[in-house]
Design a protein around this ligand. Sequence first.
Ligand code: GMT
Length: 375
Amino acid sequence: MKIAIVCYPTFGGSGVVATELGLELARRGHEIHFITYRQPVRLALLNPNVHYHEVNVPEYPLFHYQPYELALSSKLVDMVKLHKIDILHVHYAIPHAYAGYMAKQMLKEEGIELPMVTTLHGTDITLVGNHPFYKPAVTFSINKSDKVTSVSQSLKDDTLRLFDIKNEIEVIPNFIELDTDMSSGTICKRSIMALPEERIITHISNFRKVKNIPDVIKVFYKIQEKIPAKLMMVGDGPEKVIAENLCEKLGIQDKVIFFGNSHEINQILSYSDLFLLPSETESFGLAALEAMACSVPVISSNSGGLPEVNFDGISGYLSNVGDVENMASNALKILMDENVLQQFKINALETAQKFTVSKIVPRYEKLYLEALNLK
Ligand code: GMT
């Protein structure tokens, strides 16, 4: 199939999922066209089946807001015609499903049917899309999609509760490629970050409020009171400064390393002992799955789709949002006993194996075929 993928090209989970999906589909012989305003961060173009088309939005002083949706839908129309694209898959409803629907309508005028699959990722439903300013347009574009998927049952339930949805929503969880060689060359790097006796705790996110960043620091503070430990903070966003200030206030700045955005997530995870994700809400928690795929147990909140990914007492532990005490005591339960830690590491990897690329991606292929049959 010739598939156009629209996503955010940033470090966020939806962009990562869309990119990894496109790359895997290309490996499986499909022709993939990424259409977005910047080259997606995880997109390597060394595959003849992968193409990238940039959406340009010329600045014009009359516009207080530059009309990205208009530029995107025009680009979609052009690319669909030029490359004879069979199907459109948009990731994150706002504004992609809306722009996709407009492209569909324009193409229809020319006798071209373009089936559209919309994947809901989380904040497009739970935080942003639910705002009254966007709600009618989000409801409309979900209902006008030919197929709709959500990355967890929890997100599906939220969507049905918050919006008036007439369409079926299929739950297709996020996935991970299990790289058997993840730990190669990392012994030296670990020694740069921490002493052999120190446990390494990691957090990776976009440092937005929804991630409860201060709780990451507070949980770590309690851990390092009991055992030697270092905290790796990977990513960037508005809460990073708040986290840095909190570390200084608590006097633990020497034990916390802020990396900023990194392309070496797997390397960092491969020498981590524990992953922290105390988010206020999380439709899935791709970062937790990435940690588990590197045999890192997860201490997370129990909000949203996290219980569908992190199994309590098996791959890690779940706590109520904000229960720093419980998160820290669970973390210590895992970290203080080498045998317990090793068992949790094995369990984390086994849990991640439920979400391998080979299990999940064929479900999207099946969905595309169903959408094409609707034409
Ligand atoms: O977590 C974020 O703030 C980024 C956001 C995104 O849209 O990129 O992530 C959402 O989609 C990811 C991929 O499906 C999920 O793993 C995240 O849980 C979800 N984030 C939230 O629901 C807060």
